[in-house]
Design a protein around this ligand. Sequence first.
Ligand code: 13P
Ligand code: SF4
Length: 298
Amino acid sequence: MDIIEKIKKLKEERNAIILAHNYQRPEVQDVADYIGDSLGLAIEASKTNASVIVFCGVDFMAESAKILNPDKIVLHPEAGARCPMAAMVDATTLKKLKEEESMDVVAYVNTTAEIKAIADICCTSANAVKVVKSMPNGVIFIPDENLGKYVKRFVDKEMILWPGFCPTHQAISPEDIENERKKHSDAIVMAHPECTPSVIDMADKVASTEGMVNFAKKSNAKEFIVATEIGLCYRMKKEMPDKEFYCISHAVCPTMKKITLDSIIKSLEKMQHEVKIPEEIMEKARKPLRKMIEMGRG
Ligand code: 13P
Ligand code: SF4
């Protein structure tokens, strides 16, 4: 039996679905039941009828799926696929800051369950501006400073920004964009809000990964420079074969790439790497996550 057939059979036996983030390897995207951005994946996870969710993404995404589905089994095929930005906030410092400042905490979904449990509301790159605008007063925004600075462009309220960042997006430079522009002078520049302000200043469109897919589908343009992780270009080309997408070749998230077809098979066969979160943390983290889902896209 070939590997794809094997995954299909295991999925049926386990009543499982595969959810995959837009940065996953092409072959992983190809076996997924749903591919999307963090918000889309959280929404999908909250409404599935499957008994098992195989989550192909990084730790915080799989944890969110579990928090939203405490009674389901959530498998994360590579337990070591962790988002370094999500590890940049520690609970003790955040609690102290929240107490000192008496401000609400808006947590980017790229945070651990323990940190979400302290937050008042979560957001993703698809609704960060909308979420911060909805808050009655100033906020502590964690952990992505670049996303926080992007939000500040649209919101006139005090924001304390946590100094976190995504190493993959931080490494995309204005020179990278300029080099692509020289090669493709008609191309539209799209950038993820985790990019630095100088890269964002060069973009025609700033959006979440799904936002970029939707924008490119609706646009009359034929060529796009894509300032985010390279995995997104695979999905874009597959869904829009008549358009060209130019990614930044070094923009690779190593932890997103840890998951392979082999690890998916192993996790379904052995039901291994089940996401486990203490009950009281899940309870507390569910509220800000649900609020984020209720906000919808920005
Ligand atoms: P999206 O929610 O836009 O897919 O982004 C998630 C992420 O980790 C970006 O680095
Ligand atoms: Fe985390 Fe950056 Fe990878 Fe997204 S691309 S999962 S923010 S390290």
